[in-house]
Write a protein that binds this ligand. Structure first.
Ligand SMILES: [Zn+2]
Ligand SMILES: [Zn+2]
Length: 179
């Protein structure tokens, strides 16, 4: 909960606008009709992309409070033909490689893991991507090293992310599960 731009009180709400520093917090009572419509339309677009229950869409960390990140995440997921996948696999790599984590004890993940999300191909329904968005630069060699024991996986490091705020997009793909 943060201080609302409208009433100045610390109330439940969401951040609107781009940029973690610049976005403005509006509480549920003070949100405009346009802001409410934007929230609803993004919830609608999340159908088939993210999970939901009676409490609403399960937005990942970041988009859970930043509305602009919701839009950016949905555009990104459309571009890559992805929907959210859930796994208890710590690194996600066993799941990405074999479709499940068969390790009795699955611990540990590389240093570049942050804001981690795991994704399925919408077309094949199979694990396609382990996605990290750490702050700052990431050495592609470090990412390749982390997946060296998985011949089916490939790595890609790029500026594109939906978290923004100076984070880097670190992609670990299972290309065999993508159309
Ligand atoms: Zn308010
Ligand atoms: Zn695992």
């Amino acid at each position: 909960m943060y201080d609302c731009e409208g009433c100045g009180r610390s109330r439940q709400g969401l951040y609107f606008g781009s940029g973690i520093g610049e976005a403005q917090w509006w509480c549920w009572s003070c949100q405009s009709t346009d802001q409410k419509e934007l929230i609803n339309s993004l919830d609608g677009r999340a159908q088939g992309v993210l999970n939901r229950d009676a409490d609403g869409v399960h937005w990942p960390y970041g988009p859970n409070i930043y509305v602009q990140m919701r839009a950016d995440l949905l555009d990104w997921a459309d571009r890559h033909d992805l929907k959210i996948g859930n796994t208890g696999c710590q690194s996600g790599l066993h799941w990405l490689d074999k479709g499940r984590c068969a390790k009795r004890e699955c611990h540990g993940k590389p240093e570049f893991y942050d804001h981690t999300t795991t994704w399925l191909s919408r077309t094949t329904g199979k694990p396609a991507l382990v996605f990290n968005q750490p702050y700052g630069q990431v050495d592609p060699a470090e990412v390749r090293e982390s997946i060296s024991e998985y011949p089916s996986l490939t790595a890609e490091v790029g500026p594109e992310s939906w978290y923004g705020a100076g984070t880097t997009g670190v992609y670990i793909w299972n290309d065999g599960n993508r159309p």
